[in-house]
Design a protein around this ligand. Sequence first.
Ligand code: CA
Length: 219
Amino acid sequence: MGKILIAEDEQPIADLIRLSLKTAGHTCDWAPDGEAAADLLTTPAYDLVLLDVMLPRIDGFALMDYIRPLEIPVIFLTARSAVSDRVRGLRMGADDYMVKPFDVDELLARVETVLRRYHKTGETIALAGLVADPRARRVWRDGQEIALTPKEYDLLLLFLRNPNAALYRDTIYERVWGGELAYGSKTVDLHIQRLRKKVGWDGVLLAVNKVGYRLEVSP
Ligand code: CA
């Protein structure tokens, strides 16, 4: 299961993809143009982007420059059968491509493959005094393993994957717990406090006034 961004301006196609992915247990966001996709990508934790090449405002190739540093895998969706487009997409770092019109089951299979490959090759993250192995869901400080609850681990990964980014409480809640944060809820703050204490992130996992939290990492 993954969190997938669908950047596709043709709504019937986007709807079809979304429905199929949801049925397969993935969660999806939809961006109808390149600008909307870029906006959504500033919020963290997409596992995969399905990227239409011909997008209004910012096209898929231009968006690729933006996505690559985020290290999110990409499957290009192209209406063109031109080999040059596919080659260009793959050269730019896309993990795969689909030529429209495509079979939804085939897309699903490729999505699974890319997600699996990505998780398999997921390396350890060494950041902010910790070493984490996302696949094994383990974390160490100075060679000493730290025991975390599943939610605390999700929270940890969210920050490790988004160093120096101020993350909104709502976003944190949505990514870790799913759904909307109830007004006045202290869930996020309580878990942050616990996590900070357990992994020794005092003065590192910082509160950002009126926003949420930020993991401060020196360059
Ligand atoms: Ca298009």
